[in-house]
Design a protein around this ligand. Structure first.
Ligand code: FE2
Length: 160
């Protein structure tokens, strides 16, 4: 997350603002899987809105100046759902963009494939469970597979 500091001439309050970070590729780079229109919707509308909302919400608060990840933790722990939602959705969208690339995808190799086969029986079993997770939870139909901790030796799905 890129941030920009600004200070109004007659104020002592320094506002640290989050900026809308563009995806690491053009909005039409994933055309065969995701249209430019959908990319623009998630980046130009969703992510932009979360950034603008969070910037408004943190002005003059203890959250101003914190890293995005710290705002997520603090707002979650305080039960500040509006701030948490905006901060977490900024993080989710940036993670979303970084998780894809033109020409990417397909069946993994090596250690990742071995772990997937160990926990899902097969790559095809993983695909089935991933689709089930994405289609049965509230959200946009998007699911990610995460290995939260190597020592834990388990996978979990989360949906954005
Ligand atoms: Fe979105």
């Amino acid at each position: 997350m890129q941030r920009r500091c600004s200070q109004k001439a007659r104020r002592t309050l320094v506002a640290v603002r989050f900026e809308l970070k563009p995806p690491p590729y053009s909005l039409n780079a994933l055309e065969s899987h995701m249209s430019h229109e959908i990319m623009e919707y998630h980046w130009g509308k969703h992510q932009r809105g979360y950034v603008e909302n969070l910037n408004r919400q943190i002005v003059g608060t203890e959250l101003n100046g914190m890293a995005l990840e710290d705002i997520i933790v603090v707002s979650h722990n305080k039960g500040d759902l509006p701030v948490f939602n905006n901060a977490a959705q900024i993080w989710n969208h940036e993670f979303f963009w970084e998780s894809m690339k033109p020409g990417g995808g397909g069946k993994p190799l090596g250690d990742l494939l071995e772990l997937i086969e160990k926990y899902f029986g097969s790559f095809e079993g993983f695909i089935r469970e991933n689709k089930l997770a994405a289609s049965t939870q509230f959200g946009s139909g998007w699911a990610c597979l995460a290995l939260p901790c190597l020592a834990c030796e388990y996978f979990s799905f989360f949906v954005k």
